[in-house]
Every structure is written in C-alpha cells, then in structure tokens.
Design a protein around this ligand. Structure first.
Ligand SMILES: [Zn+2]
Length: 684
C-alpha cells in the first residue's frame, strides 16, 4: 500500500499531466514554510488552510497538471535530473547493448516527433490487422490472452485498473508465502472504474457522452469504417463489463480472492476458451491461479461468449490504439489527451514532450534509469541517515505496541514479530534488474514500448518458477512515493522521496519527523492497517489476533471510516471512509509514531521556539505541509471514486485525533475540527 496516489492514477496523470518548469528552483528551505501559512485561519477550524493557505492562495495549478503540490514540485525536480542523466548517457556514446545506450535510444526515438509523424499509424497496423482477421471465439480468446500483462497490483501499489480483459499480478501466494503465483483481476474498462459507467450523477453522465465521442474519434483517426457504429458497440460492451465488475471497496477485500486450479477456470467461469487464452498469455505451466475477483471473472468470461464477436474485435482495436497513442502522431496524442487528461482529470494543457519522454523511459527501463539516478543523486550518507531514521521509527512503533492497554500480551507478541522480520528497503534495491534481453531499436518508438512491456511481463512470469525474492522492489528509485509490501513484509522508500523538503539533513527534528518521519511511520503502519494486520510475520494471510483484540481494532477502524465519511467536497460525492480506511489508519498511526519518535529524539529536553512556534507546533505544521496540494475538480472527483487515498486536504486534518495537537494549538469547541477526547480515534 503506497503513501501517495495509486500508481495507475499517477501514471495516467503522468502520461499527459504533470509539470512545466514553472517553480521548482531547489527547495532547500530547511524547517517549516512560514510564508506559505495563513495565520488568519484558526488551526482548530481548518488546519490545512492554517498550514498551507498562503501557498494555496498564491500558487496557481500549472496548466499542464491536474494537481500541484509538494510531490509535484519534487517530481518535476527529479524529472529534470533524469533528463540530464539521459543526455549524458547519449553524449558519452555508451556502447551498443549497454543499459545506458538503451535508455538513451529509447528516449531519443520518442523525442523524434517528425519521424513518428511520418510513419503515421503504420507501426500499429499489423496488430489492428490481426484483430480484424479474428474469425471465431478461439482466435478471440488467443488475442485477448496475448494482450495480458502484469499491469495491476492488488496489495502493494493497490492498482486495479487495466484496459485488458484481465489484469495479472505475480507475487507470493496469500496462504503460501514461499511460492509465487499468478493472480487474476478484473479489467477491460476504458474509464477508471465501474462507477463512471453506472453512476446516475450528472457529471458522470456527461463524461459518458464525452467518452463515446472520444471512442468514435479514435476509430476515425485510425482509419476504421463506420466509427460511430463501432463506438456504440464498444461502449455498450464496456458498460456490460462494468455491470459485472466488483466495486472499488469490494476490490479491497482480500478474503474474496480464491485459488483456482487451471481446469477450474473453464468449469467455474464458462464462456471463454480458457486454454487458448492461458496459452497465449504464457501461463500454461501455472497449475494454480489466485482469482482476486471471482464474480467478475465469471461475468467477463460469460460476456465473451454472449456479446457479438464484432464488438469484441472493435474493443481490442480501440484498446490497442489507446495504448499506442503516446507513440503515434500528434492527432492521436491530442485526442487521447483531450479525454483522459482534460475530461477525466481537468488538465487544460499537455505537458512538453521531453517530460512525457522521461516518464515513458522510466516505465520501459525503470531500473536502468534508477541505477543512474541513485549513483548520482543518492549519496551513501543520505542512505545511512534515512536508514537510521527508519530504524528509530520501527523502535517507536514497537514501544507503542508495548504500551497499548487494550491489546492482549499474545497479540502483542505476534505484532512485534512482524516488526522483527520487516525488511526496510531504502533508496534502491539490493539487486538491479538488467535489460540484457531487451532490444531497443532506434527509430521504432512503438516497437520499443511494446518490447519493453513484454520483457517486463516475461520477467514477472519467470518468477513463478523461481525462489521467492523478498527483496523485490515495486517502485523505481526515481519515484516520489513509498510503499508497503504486505506479502513480502517489506517497505520500499525510493531515493527520490528521500530529499528536501520531505527529508532534509539541514532541517531540525520537528520538521523531519513531522514530514519524512510520518511518511516512514505511515509505511510501517500499513503492516498494521485493516489490510496489513491480516498478514503475519511471514507475509501469510493468517489471523494472528485474539477475537477481543480484533474486535477492538475493528471498532477503532469503523470510527475512523465514519470520520472520513463526513468529508464532502462535492454535493453529489463524499469521501468513502471504507475505501480509504487502510490509508487513513496508516496516516493516523504513522503520525502518532512519528510524534513519539520526535519526542524521544529530544531526550527529555524542550525543543527550541523558532519563528514563534514551539517544537510541537512545528511538528504538526510540517506534517500538514507534507500534504500541501491543490487539485482540479475533475481530478478530485476521479480520486474519490477510484483511489484508495483520501484527498490531501483531509489527510492533513488527521492531526485532530492526537491530544498533543489540541495542546499545541489550544484547540477548543466550537472550532470545526474539535473532537471531544472520546471521539478522537486511536487505532495504534
Ligand atoms: Zn499508504
């Protein structure tokens, strides 16, 4: 479970959102940002506005972004650094077949817009011709299978979106952490979630109209006859798929996942020619599949038999065009942007091509770029400092478990066993992925992307027959984010988040613990949120709780869910307290443990007053400033529907559950965030 937005959401945003070079001059303001506050707001009325109101008022969201804030600033900075690394690799004339050469060639080929323009749709045509030649449902199943990729992630990055009929995720078994299995998830939609197809709310109905028009435009651009008829067919098919999809909240229920033997697929989910699909997907030698969305898999399989084959062929073609769009001529890029970024996320303007190129190079050759990044921008001293801080936080968490009055000694033992085996990865993985078998051809932008995707998929498939690697990373070092891996009982803190202003060697303890400390605490806490707490020290889905302890824990979670349910940024749409519960528990527990660690770091001395703020005040302000963000309405709506994280403004208000915050700012009734002591939620 990640710290910030889901990867899919981020990627979608990345693929045409984020970042001009507007701000970003480096951010070495140690300590809190006093100028960005709004002291006219009472902290107890709106803590986010108090800590961030000055910045919110004075900072526009750049035209090419759906949101803007501390992580976008840092992502921009990271991208600029990455560009210079890629340029250096190109200028140094790295030898053929080295990773550095591949990175340079992949990027250079994408940047050569004139060459891409000149080829038109030719690079995609063979794939479209293959779909057009499908004559029966056997061939259809093979085509669907060939498109599958390891493109979802149910528990680490909590990414449930794929335009393929199924998403594949390859990792340890839920009940068997010493072996690797393929997981099968629902997929097939072009919009982010079933709600976009089924919700009666007017903004969603409006988006459906825009989506239908967009599909038609894509067919027209790709030279298909009868684009309107095809668009109607595909839209109807996807709406039927949405009808059998699990909801976002249901997707978080780890207990609905079931192991099926290969033969069970045909028996339990009739409709699809499963042997043909499985073979084409390279999964023939997997005896067991873990089916994450069994009902949806049954429903989707039945639709393959029931819906017209022409609709399926058009659906395959549409998704191939959408996937290829970033590598095709301007007209495709523009049409894709107009729907996916402008309509779905509210972004007015496309990012410059070089930025899209960096993100796509990261997606294709993540570890090759990450290795260069870590070598240049993540010195050993920073790594050591971050490791020490993470180890402080783990210790503070253990103390917090010891001091819980409601938890029985036997549950405490098991909880602490999880901390002992927790594997904390800082900066970058111990072993880098290599790209020796990946062919990058100068001048073949789409082919490069396709081969890189397939190479990544095959690497995942290979894991099925190898010993489990608990050191596998699920984020690249150049990602501004962090993630907890429940099945590996491990954490990844990429190099790119371990830099100012999140983590700053020059800043004081109040700042670093309020910001990066709370982030580290957040990731540790994911091992103990409503999802993570169901996995034991070995990463096995197993109940290690006594009933009374679990009931207490559950009740605390319900109280937190109810607190978040009250946040309503739109009249027709509120935050879903259950959909975001894991993240909210992690925020709350992470903040509490970071506060403990901050107090411990003072060794009983009072912290200095700076700029008129006590140490405790600066700790909480630093926390709220680490959530500093502005977001466009469309993107806010999209996040509430499809993301497991609450919007940043509400995450900053987590402080209202800590007694120390009330003392620090003398928060009293009837201030809006005031909660009577009995209503403040303490999960850990
Ligand atoms: Zn998280």
């Amino acid at each position: 479970m990640s710290h910030r937005k889901e990867t899919a959401w981020l990627l979608a945003a990345i693929l045409a959102a984020a970042s001009a070079c507007t701000t970003t001059e480096s951010h070495h303001n140690a300590d809190i940002d006093v100028v960005g506050m709004d002291k006219s707001v009472a902290p107890g009325d709106d803590f986010n506005a108090y800590a961030n109101g000055g910045w919110i008022k004075s900072t526009p969201i750049p035209a090419d972004k759906s949101s803007y804030g501390i992580d976008a600033v840092l992502t921009d900075e990271t991208r600029k650094r990455t560009l210079s690394l890629i340029q250096d690799a190109a200028n140094a004339g790295a030898p053929a077949s080295t990773d550095a050469r591949k990175v340079a060639d992949f990027y250079a080929t994408f940047i050569d817009e004139a060459a891409i323009e000149q080829k038109g749709i030719a690079p995609l045509q063979p794939q479209l011709d293959a779909f057009a030649a499908i004559m029966d449902r056997h061939a259809l199943a093979r085509a669907i299978g060939r498109e599958l990729r390891a493109d979802v992630d149910a528990l680490n990055n909590t990414n449930f979106e794929t335009g393929n009929l199924f998403g594949i995720w390859i990792t340890q078994g839920l009940g068997d952490p010493s072996h690797t299995y393929p997981y099968l998830l629902q997929g097939g939609l072009g919009m982010p979630d079933r709600d976009y197809y089924l919700s009666p709310s007017p903004p969603m109905a409006q988006l459906r109209k825009q989506y239908l028009a967009h599909i038609e435009a894509m067919f027209r651009l790709a030279g298909f006859t009868g684009p309107a008829v095809r668009a109607t067919r595909v839209f109807a098919l996807e709406t039927a798929m949405a009808g059998v999809h699990a909801t976002r909240v249901e997707s978080e229920d780890v207990h609905s996942a079931v192991p099926w033997k290969r033969a069970d697929l045909s028996l339990k989910a009739p409709g699809l020619d499963w042997p043909a699909l499985i073979e084409a997907a390279g999964l023939s030698d997997s005896p067991v599949f873990i089916v994450w969305h069994p009902k949806a898999v049954m429903g989707l399989s039945a639709l393959v038999a029931r819906q017209p084959i022409e609709a399926w062929k058009d659906w395959l073609a549409l998704h191939a065009v959408e996937n290829a769009a970033p590598y095709l001529p301007k007209a495709f890029v523009g049409e894709h942007f107009d729907f996916y970024d402008k309509a779905l996320s509210g972004i007015p303007q496309m990012r410059p091509r070089w930025q899209r190129g960096i993100d796509l190079t990261n997606a294709a050759l993540g570890d090759a770029v990450g290795r260069m990044y870590a070598e240049h921008y993540f010195p050993a001293a920073t790594k050591a400092k971050a490791e020490a801080m993470a180890s402080d936080l783990v210790k503070a968490f253990a103390r917090r478990i010891d001091s819980l009055t409601w938890m029985s000694p036997e549950t405490k033992l098991k909880a602490k066993a999880k901390l002992v085996t927790l594997k904390v990865g800082v900066g970058y993985p111990d072993r880098w992925r290599d790209y020796a078998g990946l062919e990058i051809v100068k001048g073949d932008a789409l082919g490069n992307a396709y081969r890189a995707e397939l190479y990544a998929y095959r690497r995942q498939l290979d894991k099925i027959h190898q010993p489990v690697d608990r050191g596998e990373w699920w984020m690249t070092p150049q990602t501004v984010n962090a993630v907890n891996l429940p099945l590996q009982n491990a954490l990844n803190f990429p190099a790119a988040i371990l830099q100012p202003p999140y983590f700053d060697g020059q800043a004081d303890a109040a700042h670093n613990y309020g910001s990066m400390g709370a982030t580290i605490g957040h990731e540790i806490s994911h091992s103990f949120d409503d999802q993570g707490s169901q996995f034991d020290a070995d990463g096995r889905l197993a109940n290690w709780w006594t009933k009374a302890d679990f009931d207490h824990f559950r009740a605390a979670g319900e109280a937190l869910a109810a607190q978040f349910d009250t946040y309503r940024p739109f009249p027709d749409l509120a935050v879903n307290g259950h959909q975001t519960l894991s993240e909210n528990i992690a925020d709350l527990a992470g903040l509490m443990v970071a506060y403990d660690a901050y107090v411990l770091s003072l060794h009983g001395k009072a912290d200095a007053v700076k700029d008129g703020f006590t140490g405790d005040q600066r700790f909480f302000i630093s926390f709220a400033q680490s959530w500093r963000s502005k977001v466009r309405d469309a993107a806010l709506r999209r996040g509430i529907v499809a993301d497991g994280h609450a919007p940043e403004q509400y995450r900053a208000e987590t402080v209202r559950n800590l007694d120390a915050w009330y003392q620090a700012f003398s928060v009293q009734p009837p201030q809006k965030l005031f909660l009577p002591p009995g209503s403040r939620v303490r999960v850990w």
